[in-house]
Design a protein around this ligand. Structure first.
Ligand code: HEM
Ligand code: HEM
Length: 232
């Protein structure tokens, strides 16, 4: 018996987030692709804001109230990990924590990127220096990457030890091999998803158009700082 766990918006969000993060991360270090970096970074931030809201009123399993994050759940999960008795239809307790951390880190990383951009280009003055913002943005991007590594290890664990549940396949098909309540979208969800599929792409377009401070880059090149930074 199969149960519908991840509705289409959750699965679309997942793959757009994966593409958005991977591209933003790779482009972060490449000076010729700054606009694309801003665009993919802002896209990730916008996607996540919508996912966080969806977590408050979304369907069963995608709703944060169905994320078993409590300590008791964590202990039970660890104790019963190798016994085949317990099946988690939505995220398991540890995955729930990792998912929430991925969402929060991704959001803060996107915001820090915007603050860094604004400070570098003298559009914003939030009283935090550029160097600190740059370091924070880099640390957050790497923390995001580490969390994805943990996420992927969790999936490998699921394939090896709970393969019958079909967790891996579920992010493609929406279904897991268990018998419980199906997730269902109501009309409000459907209307909301429409916005979710439009606004992040619009933010992508706006961020792509942000002017890149080429004068600053030129000064860095002339002072030899540009290449030093590349070597870090
Ligand atoms: C940059 C790469 C990735 C990111 C940022 C990411 C992030 C996430 C997030 C945030 C969720 C929670 C979905 C939600 O509740 O809305 C999730 C779930 C999931 N992801 Fe990924 N993911 C990535 C790559 C992958 C890859 C490569 C796979 C495997 C093919 C994968 C398999 C899954 C599965 C199976 C789930 C559902 C887990 C469960 O049922 O508890 N993810 N991922
Ligand atoms: C979650 C999404 C994002 C990720 C994963 C990400 C990742 C990165 C990475 C890995 C770097 C290189 C850090 C280094 O080695 O110095 C970087 C740099 C940077 N990012 Fe992002 N970023 C994101 C979002 C954004 C956004 C939304 C903006 C601005 C609109 C932005 C602006 C910048 C700037 C200005 C730099 C410094 C580039 C330089 O001067 O060398 N980032 N980012």
């Amino acid at each position: 018996m199969r149960t519908y766990i991840w509705t289409l918006p959750t699965r679309i969000f997942h793959w757009l987030l994966a593409i958005g993060f991977t591209t933003a991360y790779i482009l972060g270090d490449l000076d010729n692709f700054k606009n694309l970096h801003f665009a993919f970074g802002a896209f990730v931030g916008a996607l996540i804001i919508f996912r966080l809201l969806f977590g408050l009123f979304g369907p069963t399993y995608s709703n944060f109230k169905d994320f078993p994050v409590g300590l008791k759940n964590q202990i039970e999960f660890i104790k019963t990990y190798f016994s085949k008795t317990k099946i988690y239809a939505g995220h398991n307790p540890s995955a729930s924590v990792v998912m929430i951390l991925i969402l929060l880190t991704g959001l803060i990383c996107g915001i820090s990127g915007y603050l860094l951009y604004g400070t570098e280009n003298k559009i914003l003055n939030i009283g935090i220096n550029e160097e600190f913002l740059g370091e924070s943005h880099e640390v957050l991007a790497n923390l995001f990457l580490i969390l994805i590594g943990i996420h992927l290890l969790g999936i490998v664990g699921d394939i090896l030890f709970h393969g019958k549940t079909g967790t891996f396949q579920s992010i493609f098909t929406g279904y897991k091999n268990t018998e419980t309540k199906n997730a269902k979208l109501n009309n409000f969800h459907k209307a909301y998803i429409f916005l979710w599929l439009i606004v992040p792409f619009y933010i992508f377009y706006l961020a792509y158009g942000l002017p890149v401070n080429t004068k600053d880059k030129q000064t860095k090149i002339e002072n030899n700082e540009y290449y030093e930074h590349e070597d870090d």
